[in-house]
Design a protein around this ligand. Structure first.
Ligand code: HEM
Length: 405
Protein backbone atom coordinates (compact mmCIF):
# COMPACT_ATOMS: atom_id res chain seq x y z
CA UNK A 1 0.00 0.00 0.00
CA UNK A 2 1.40 3.40 -0.88
CA UNK A 3 1.06 6.46 1.35
CA UNK A 4 -2.13 7.73 -0.40
CA UNK A 5 -3.83 4.32 -0.02
CA UNK A 6 -2.83 4.10 3.64
CA UNK A 7 -4.39 7.52 4.17
CA UNK A 8 -7.72 6.37 2.67
CA UNK A 9 -7.79 3.10 4.64
CA UNK A 10 -6.71 4.66 7.93
CA UNK A 11 -9.01 4.67 10.97
CA UNK A 12 -9.31 7.01 13.93
CA UNK A 13 -7.60 5.92 17.17
CA UNK A 14 -9.79 4.19 19.76
CA UNK A 15 -10.82 6.60 22.53
CA UNK A 16 -10.13 5.55 26.12
CA UNK A 17 -11.73 7.29 29.08
CA UNK A 18 -9.30 5.98 31.73
CA UNK A 19 -7.04 8.59 33.32
CA UNK A 20 -3.55 7.04 33.52
CA UNK A 21 -2.59 9.58 36.20
CA UNK A 22 -5.42 8.72 38.62
CA UNK A 23 -4.42 7.25 42.00
CA UNK A 24 -5.97 3.86 41.24
CA UNK A 25 -4.07 3.46 37.95
CA UNK A 26 -0.80 4.65 39.45
CA UNK A 27 -1.12 2.12 42.28
CA UNK A 28 -1.89 -0.70 39.83
CA UNK A 29 -1.25 0.34 36.21
CA UNK A 30 -1.45 -3.15 34.71
CA UNK A 31 -5.23 -3.26 33.94
CA UNK A 32 -4.86 0.10 32.16
CA UNK A 33 -1.84 -1.23 30.24
CA UNK A 34 -3.93 -4.23 29.09
CA UNK A 35 -6.67 -1.84 27.97
CA UNK A 36 -4.16 0.37 26.16
CA UNK A 37 -2.54 -2.50 24.25
CA UNK A 38 -5.97 -3.96 23.37
CA UNK A 39 -7.07 -0.57 21.95
CA UNK A 40 -4.80 -1.10 18.93
CA UNK A 41 -1.70 0.65 17.62
CA UNK A 42 -2.61 4.07 19.07
CA UNK A 43 -5.25 5.21 21.57
CA UNK A 44 -6.65 8.68 22.19
CA UNK A 45 -6.83 9.50 25.91
CA UNK A 46 -9.81 11.79 26.18
CA UNK A 47 -9.03 12.85 29.77
CA UNK A 48 -5.95 14.80 28.57
CA UNK A 49 -6.37 15.17 24.80
CA UNK A 50 -3.24 13.13 24.08
CA UNK A 51 -2.35 9.99 22.16
CA UNK A 52 -0.85 6.94 23.84
CA UNK A 53 0.92 3.82 22.61
CA UNK A 54 1.39 0.70 24.74
CA UNK A 55 2.27 -2.04 22.31
CA UNK A 56 5.98 -2.68 22.02
CA UNK A 57 6.05 -2.22 18.22
CA UNK A 58 4.52 1.28 18.24
CA UNK A 59 6.24 2.36 21.46
CA UNK A 60 9.58 1.61 19.83
CA UNK A 61 8.65 3.69 16.76
CA UNK A 62 7.38 6.67 18.76
CA UNK A 63 10.48 6.64 20.98
CA UNK A 64 12.96 6.51 18.13
CA UNK A 65 11.47 8.05 14.96
CA UNK A 66 12.37 11.68 15.59
CA UNK A 67 11.40 12.63 12.02
CA UNK A 68 7.74 11.95 12.82
CA UNK A 69 7.74 12.31 16.65
CA UNK A 70 9.86 15.17 17.92
CA UNK A 71 11.08 16.05 21.41
CA UNK A 72 11.34 19.83 21.20
CA UNK A 73 7.87 20.39 22.68
CA UNK A 74 9.11 18.53 25.76
CA UNK A 75 9.37 14.98 27.05
CA UNK A 76 6.52 15.67 29.50
CA UNK A 77 2.80 15.82 28.81
CA UNK A 78 2.61 19.62 28.75
CA UNK A 79 3.78 21.39 25.61
CA UNK A 80 6.69 23.54 26.80
CA UNK A 81 6.22 25.88 23.84
CA UNK A 82 2.95 27.15 25.35
CA UNK A 83 3.27 30.18 27.67
CA UNK A 84 1.32 28.54 30.52
CA UNK A 85 3.53 25.42 30.50
CA UNK A 86 6.88 27.01 29.79
CA UNK A 87 9.99 25.82 31.62
CA UNK A 88 13.67 25.72 30.69
CA UNK A 89 13.99 22.94 28.12
CA UNK A 90 16.45 20.18 28.89
CA UNK A 91 19.35 20.74 26.48
CA UNK A 92 19.62 16.97 25.87
CA UNK A 93 16.14 15.47 26.23
CA UNK A 94 14.19 18.26 24.60
CA UNK A 95 16.16 18.84 21.42
CA UNK A 96 16.23 16.78 18.22
CA UNK A 97 19.05 15.91 15.86
CA UNK A 98 21.18 17.60 14.60
CA UNK A 99 21.44 19.79 17.77
CA UNK A 100 21.11 16.70 19.92
CA UNK A 101 23.90 14.81 18.13
CA UNK A 102 26.77 17.06 19.21
CA UNK A 103 25.56 17.21 22.81
CA UNK A 104 25.21 13.47 23.00
CA UNK A 105 28.67 12.97 21.48
CA UNK A 106 30.22 15.21 24.14
CA UNK A 107 28.34 13.38 26.91
CA UNK A 108 29.37 9.96 25.63
CA UNK A 109 32.98 11.15 25.83
CA UNK A 110 32.56 12.44 29.39
CA UNK A 111 30.86 9.19 30.47
CA UNK A 112 33.21 6.83 28.62
CA UNK A 113 33.55 3.18 29.71
CA UNK A 114 37.04 3.99 31.09
CA UNK A 115 35.62 6.77 33.29
CA UNK A 116 32.95 4.44 34.64
CA UNK A 117 35.49 1.69 35.35
CA UNK A 118 37.31 4.26 37.47
CA UNK A 119 34.21 4.64 39.68
CA UNK A 120 33.70 0.96 40.29
CA UNK A 121 35.87 0.60 43.37
CA UNK A 122 34.27 3.50 45.21
CA UNK A 123 30.76 2.20 44.36
CA UNK A 124 31.71 -1.31 45.49
CA UNK A 125 33.18 -0.07 48.78
CA UNK A 126 30.10 2.00 49.56
CA UNK A 127 27.86 -0.97 48.69
CA UNK A 128 29.88 -3.35 50.91
CA UNK A 129 29.73 -0.95 53.88
CA UNK A 130 25.98 -0.34 53.53
CA UNK A 131 25.11 -4.00 53.02
CA UNK A 132 27.24 -5.01 56.02
CA UNK A 133 25.33 -2.54 58.20
CA UNK A 134 21.92 -3.55 56.90
CA UNK A 135 22.35 -7.32 57.05
CA UNK A 136 23.52 -7.19 60.65
CA UNK A 137 19.76 -6.88 61.35
CA UNK A 138 17.22 -9.60 60.58
CA UNK A 139 14.69 -7.15 59.17
CA UNK A 140 15.21 -3.95 57.23
CA UNK A 141 13.60 -1.75 54.62
CA UNK A 142 15.08 -2.46 51.19
CA UNK A 143 14.30 1.03 49.90
CA UNK A 144 14.85 3.32 52.89
CA UNK A 145 17.78 1.49 54.47
CA UNK A 146 19.57 0.20 51.42
CA UNK A 147 18.69 1.51 47.96
CA UNK A 148 17.98 5.18 48.71
CA UNK A 149 21.05 5.76 50.88
CA UNK A 150 23.23 3.99 48.30
CA UNK A 151 22.06 6.00 45.28
CA UNK A 152 21.94 9.27 47.25
CA UNK A 153 25.56 8.67 48.22
CA UNK A 154 27.30 7.35 45.08
CA UNK A 155 25.52 9.27 42.31
CA UNK A 156 25.94 12.85 43.61
CA UNK A 157 29.55 12.07 44.49
CA UNK A 158 30.52 11.07 40.93
CA UNK A 159 28.40 13.86 39.46
CA UNK A 160 30.19 16.20 41.85
CA UNK A 161 27.27 18.15 43.22
CA UNK A 162 26.35 18.77 46.81
CA UNK A 163 22.65 18.45 47.56
CA UNK A 164 21.12 17.07 50.76
CA UNK A 165 19.52 13.64 50.19
CA UNK A 166 16.11 15.00 51.21
CA UNK A 167 16.27 17.70 48.53
CA UNK A 168 17.24 15.14 45.90
CA UNK A 169 14.25 13.01 46.74
CA UNK A 170 11.67 15.79 47.02
CA UNK A 171 12.77 17.56 43.84
CA UNK A 172 12.95 14.22 42.01
CA UNK A 173 9.41 13.42 43.10
CA UNK A 174 8.30 16.81 41.81
CA UNK A 175 10.06 16.35 38.46
CA UNK A 176 8.39 13.03 37.75
CA UNK A 177 4.99 14.35 38.77
CA UNK A 178 5.53 17.29 36.41
CA UNK A 179 6.06 14.83 33.55
CA UNK A 180 2.31 14.21 33.76
CA UNK A 181 -0.53 16.73 34.17
CA UNK A 182 -0.59 19.60 36.63
CA UNK A 183 -2.96 17.68 38.92
CA UNK A 184 -3.27 17.84 42.72
CA UNK A 185 -0.39 15.38 43.09
CA UNK A 186 1.91 17.63 41.06
CA UNK A 187 0.87 20.74 42.98
CA UNK A 188 1.47 19.04 46.33
CA UNK A 189 4.92 17.84 45.29
CA UNK A 190 5.88 21.32 44.06
CA UNK A 191 4.87 22.72 47.47
CA UNK A 192 6.89 20.02 49.28
CA UNK A 193 10.03 20.68 47.20
CA UNK A 194 9.80 24.48 47.27
CA UNK A 195 11.89 25.04 50.43
CA UNK A 196 14.82 23.36 48.63
CA UNK A 197 14.62 25.25 45.32
CA UNK A 198 17.39 27.75 46.06
CA UNK A 199 19.87 25.16 47.29
CA UNK A 200 18.98 22.86 44.39
CA UNK A 201 19.39 25.60 41.79
CA UNK A 202 22.79 26.56 43.23
CA UNK A 203 24.03 22.96 43.10
CA UNK A 204 24.15 22.71 39.35
CA UNK A 205 25.80 26.07 38.69
CA UNK A 206 29.49 26.25 37.84
CA UNK A 207 30.42 27.37 41.38
CA UNK A 208 28.59 24.35 42.82
CA UNK A 209 30.57 21.75 40.83
CA UNK A 210 32.91 19.78 43.06
CA UNK A 211 36.37 19.29 41.48
CA UNK A 212 36.78 15.85 39.89
CA UNK A 213 33.07 15.20 39.31
CA UNK A 214 31.53 14.88 35.89
CA UNK A 215 29.52 18.09 36.39
CA UNK A 216 32.89 19.88 36.29
CA UNK A 217 33.73 18.02 33.05
CA UNK A 218 30.47 19.30 31.54
CA UNK A 219 31.49 22.90 32.31
CA UNK A 220 34.96 22.23 30.87
CA UNK A 221 33.39 20.81 27.68
CA UNK A 222 31.38 24.01 27.35
CA UNK A 223 34.54 26.11 27.81
CA UNK A 224 36.33 24.03 25.16
CA UNK A 225 33.51 24.64 22.68
CA UNK A 226 32.43 20.96 22.61
CA UNK A 227 29.04 22.02 23.97
CA UNK A 228 27.02 25.10 22.97
CA UNK A 229 27.52 28.11 25.26
CA UNK A 230 25.19 28.35 28.23
CA UNK A 231 23.95 24.78 28.35
CA UNK A 232 26.28 23.25 30.95
CA UNK A 233 24.18 24.18 33.99
CA UNK A 234 20.85 22.94 32.58
CA UNK A 235 22.65 19.83 31.36
CA UNK A 236 23.89 19.07 34.87
CA UNK A 237 20.31 19.54 36.02
CA UNK A 238 19.14 16.97 33.45
CA UNK A 239 21.53 14.45 34.94
CA UNK A 240 20.29 15.13 38.44
CA UNK A 241 16.73 14.75 37.16
CA UNK A 242 17.36 11.58 35.21
CA UNK A 243 19.76 9.72 37.41
CA UNK A 244 18.38 9.45 40.91
CA UNK A 245 14.72 8.42 41.15
CA UNK A 246 14.89 6.06 38.18
CA UNK A 247 17.80 4.13 39.63
CA UNK A 248 16.27 4.01 43.11
CA UNK A 249 13.08 2.60 41.55
CA UNK A 250 14.94 0.01 39.46
CA UNK A 251 17.07 -1.21 42.36
CA UNK A 252 13.98 -1.33 44.60
CA UNK A 253 12.20 -3.51 42.04
CA UNK A 254 15.23 -5.79 41.80
CA UNK A 255 15.22 -6.50 45.55
CA UNK A 256 11.43 -6.81 45.53
CA UNK A 257 11.40 -9.40 42.76
CA UNK A 258 14.36 -11.33 44.16
CA UNK A 259 12.63 -11.50 47.57
CA UNK A 260 9.41 -12.75 45.96
CA UNK A 261 11.12 -15.26 43.67
CA UNK A 262 13.57 -17.38 45.70
CA UNK A 263 14.43 -19.50 42.64
CA UNK A 264 15.58 -16.33 40.89
CA UNK A 265 17.55 -15.16 43.92
CA UNK A 266 19.29 -18.53 44.03
CA UNK A 267 20.70 -17.77 40.56
CA UNK A 268 22.17 -14.46 41.75
CA UNK A 269 23.41 -15.85 45.06
CA UNK A 270 25.20 -18.67 43.25
CA UNK A 271 26.69 -16.27 40.73
CA UNK A 272 26.65 -12.59 41.82
CA UNK A 273 27.83 -11.58 38.34
CA UNK A 274 24.17 -12.10 37.34
CA UNK A 275 23.23 -9.02 39.38
CA UNK A 276 23.03 -6.83 36.30
CA UNK A 277 20.76 -9.34 34.54
CA UNK A 278 18.56 -9.36 37.65
CA UNK A 279 18.35 -5.55 37.49
CA UNK A 280 17.69 -5.51 33.75
CA UNK A 281 14.80 -7.96 34.08
CA UNK A 282 13.44 -5.97 37.05
CA UNK A 283 13.19 -2.78 34.97
CA UNK A 284 11.64 -4.80 32.11
CA UNK A 285 9.10 -6.26 34.51
CA UNK A 286 8.28 -2.89 36.14
CA UNK A 287 9.54 0.13 34.24
CA UNK A 288 10.67 3.00 36.54
CA UNK A 289 9.87 5.73 33.97
CA UNK A 290 6.37 4.70 32.95
CA UNK A 291 5.78 7.14 30.11
CA UNK A 292 7.78 9.64 28.07
CA UNK A 293 6.22 11.99 25.55
CA UNK A 294 6.92 13.06 22.02
CA UNK A 295 4.89 15.36 19.75
CA UNK A 296 3.38 14.26 16.44
CA UNK A 297 5.14 16.49 13.92
CA UNK A 298 2.35 16.66 11.31
CA UNK A 299 -0.79 14.73 10.30
CA UNK A 300 0.32 11.13 9.66
CA UNK A 301 -0.88 7.54 9.63
CA UNK A 302 0.86 5.23 12.09
CA UNK A 303 0.22 1.53 11.46
CA UNK A 304 -3.24 2.22 10.07
CA UNK A 305 -4.26 4.89 12.60
CA UNK A 306 -4.69 8.56 11.68
CA UNK A 307 -2.90 11.04 13.95
CA UNK A 308 -3.20 14.82 14.09
CA UNK A 309 -0.03 16.86 13.97
CA UNK A 310 1.14 18.87 16.98
CA UNK A 311 -0.55 16.62 19.55
CA UNK A 312 1.38 14.94 22.37
CA UNK A 313 1.87 11.20 22.25
CA UNK A 314 3.08 9.18 25.23
CA UNK A 315 5.00 5.98 24.81
CA UNK A 316 4.12 3.86 27.83
CA UNK A 317 7.19 1.66 28.32
CA UNK A 318 5.58 0.05 31.38
CA UNK A 319 2.91 -1.34 29.00
CA UNK A 320 5.29 -2.17 26.14
CA UNK A 321 7.50 -4.19 28.49
CA UNK A 322 4.51 -6.42 29.36
CA UNK A 323 3.53 -6.97 25.71
CA UNK A 324 3.09 -10.72 25.17
CA UNK A 325 3.83 -10.22 21.47
CA UNK A 326 7.39 -9.32 22.50
CA UNK A 327 7.96 -11.14 25.81
CA UNK A 328 6.78 -14.65 26.56
CA UNK A 329 4.80 -14.86 29.81
CA UNK A 330 5.51 -11.14 30.39
CA UNK A 331 4.15 -10.88 33.95
CA UNK A 332 6.76 -13.32 35.24
CA UNK A 333 10.15 -12.18 36.52
CA UNK A 334 12.76 -14.39 34.88
CA UNK A 335 16.43 -13.43 34.86
CA UNK A 336 17.24 -15.95 32.12
CA UNK A 337 15.20 -14.09 29.56
CA UNK A 338 18.13 -11.64 29.11
CA UNK A 339 15.88 -8.66 28.52
CA UNK A 340 18.64 -6.05 28.00
CA UNK A 341 18.26 -4.43 24.60
CA UNK A 342 14.71 -5.77 24.14
CA UNK A 343 12.81 -3.81 26.80
CA UNK A 344 12.06 -0.10 26.53
CA UNK A 345 12.65 0.93 30.16
CA UNK A 346 15.69 2.93 29.07
CA UNK A 347 14.05 4.33 25.94
CA UNK A 348 15.12 3.73 22.36
CA UNK A 349 16.82 5.65 19.55
CA UNK A 350 18.89 8.81 19.84
CA UNK A 351 17.49 9.67 23.29
CA UNK A 352 18.13 6.23 24.79
CA UNK A 353 19.31 6.67 28.38
CA UNK A 354 22.80 8.15 28.45
CA UNK A 355 23.26 7.08 32.07
CA UNK A 356 22.30 3.43 31.64
CA UNK A 357 25.80 2.11 32.31
CA UNK A 358 25.93 4.09 35.53
CA UNK A 359 22.66 2.49 36.64
CA UNK A 360 24.01 -0.96 35.73
CA UNK A 361 27.22 -0.30 37.62
CA UNK A 362 25.21 0.67 40.71
CA UNK A 363 23.16 -2.54 40.35
CA UNK A 364 26.26 -4.66 39.90
CA UNK A 365 27.84 -3.25 43.07
CA UNK A 366 24.80 -3.14 45.37
CA UNK A 367 22.98 -6.33 44.37
CA UNK A 368 26.31 -8.15 44.05
CA UNK A 369 27.42 -7.11 47.56
CA UNK A 370 24.08 -8.29 48.95
CA UNK A 371 24.18 -11.61 47.10
CA UNK A 372 27.63 -12.37 48.45
CA UNK A 373 26.49 -11.89 52.07
CA UNK A 374 22.95 -13.25 52.13
CA UNK A 375 21.95 -16.82 51.22
CA UNK A 376 18.18 -16.30 51.49
CA UNK A 377 15.70 -13.48 52.15
CA UNK A 378 11.96 -12.90 51.88
CA UNK A 379 9.30 -10.16 52.08
CA UNK A 380 8.56 -9.07 55.67
CA UNK A 381 5.35 -7.30 54.63
CA UNK A 382 3.73 -5.91 51.49
CA UNK A 383 5.79 -3.48 49.38
CA UNK A 384 4.34 0.01 49.36
CA UNK A 385 4.28 1.95 46.07
CA UNK A 386 4.52 5.75 45.97
CA UNK A 387 2.03 7.09 43.38
CA UNK A 388 3.90 9.47 41.06
CA UNK A 389 2.55 10.70 37.72
CA UNK A 390 5.20 9.31 35.38
CA UNK A 391 7.30 7.13 37.67
CA UNK A 392 6.65 3.76 39.24
CA UNK A 393 8.59 3.48 42.46
CA UNK A 394 8.52 1.97 45.92
CA UNK A 395 8.05 3.95 49.10
CA UNK A 396 9.07 1.02 51.27
CA UNK A 397 10.06 -2.61 50.95
CA UNK A 398 10.08 -4.60 54.20
CA UNK A 399 12.54 -7.49 53.94
CA UNK A 400 13.71 -10.29 56.24
CA UNK A 401 16.91 -12.32 56.03
CA UNK A 402 16.20 -16.04 56.33
CA UNK A 403 19.52 -17.74 55.58
CA UNK A 404 22.98 -16.39 56.20
CA UNK A 405 25.92 -17.98 54.38
C1 HEM B 1 17.07 2.51 36.04
C2 HEM B 1 17.62 3.67 35.78
C3 HEM B 1 17.21 4.55 34.63
C4 HEM B 1 16.08 4.53 33.87
C5 HEM B 1 14.89 3.57 33.97
C6 HEM B 1 16.19 5.62 32.91
C7 HEM B 1 15.25 5.89 31.92
C8 HEM B 1 15.49 6.73 30.85
C9 HEM B 1 14.66 6.84 29.67
C10 HEM B 1 13.39 6.07 29.41
C11 HEM B 1 15.23 7.76 28.84
C12 HEM B 1 14.77 8.16 27.45
C13 HEM B 1 13.88 9.38 27.45
C14 HEM B 1 13.34 9.68 26.07
O1 HEM B 1 12.87 8.78 25.37
O2 HEM B 1 13.33 10.87 25.70
C15 HEM B 1 16.40 8.28 29.53
C16 HEM B 1 17.21 9.28 29.06
C17 HEM B 1 18.15 9.91 29.86
N1 HEM B 1 18.65 9.46 31.06
FE1 HEM B 1 18.10 7.79 32.01
N2 HEM B 1 17.35 6.28 33.15
C18 HEM B 1 18.01 5.67 34.19
C19 HEM B 1 19.22 6.04 34.73
C20 HEM B 1 19.89 7.21 34.43
C21 HEM B 1 21.07 7.70 35.07
C22 HEM B 1 21.84 6.97 36.18
C23 HEM B 1 21.34 8.92 34.51
C24 HEM B 1 22.44 9.86 34.86
C25 HEM B 1 23.66 9.67 34.66
C26 HEM B 1 20.35 9.18 33.50
C27 HEM B 1 20.28 10.31 32.70
C28 HEM B 1 19.53 10.39 31.54
C29 HEM B 1 19.64 11.50 30.60
C30 HEM B 1 20.49 12.75 30.75
C31 HEM B 1 18.78 11.19 29.54
C32 HEM B 1 18.52 12.01 28.27
C33 HEM B 1 19.28 11.39 27.12
C34 HEM B 1 19.00 12.02 25.77
O3 HEM B 1 17.94 12.63 25.59
O4 HEM B 1 19.87 11.90 24.89
N3 HEM B 1 19.48 8.12 33.48
N4 HEM B 1 16.54 7.61 30.73
Amino acid sequence: MDVAEQEVMAREPATLATDPFSESVLLDPYPFFDELRAAGPVAYLAAWDIYAVGNHAEAEIVASDYERFHSRAGMAMADIRRPDAWRTPSPISEVDPPEHTAIRRAMNRILSPAVLRGWKQAFAEEAEALVARVVSRDEFDGVRDLVEPFVASVFPSVLGVKIPAEAFLLVGQMNFNQMGPNNERTKASVAAAEPWFEQYEAAFQREGAIPGGFAEKIFEAEDAGDLPAGIAAPLVRSFIRGGVDTTIAGLGFTFNQLAQNPDQYAIVHRDPSRSMAAFEEAIRHEAPAQVVFRTVKEDIVLNGVRLKGDRKIGYFMGAANRDAAKFEDPDRYRIERMSAGAHLALGRGVHVCVGQQIARLEADCLVGAFARRVAGFEPAGAPLYRPTNALRTLESLPLRITVRP
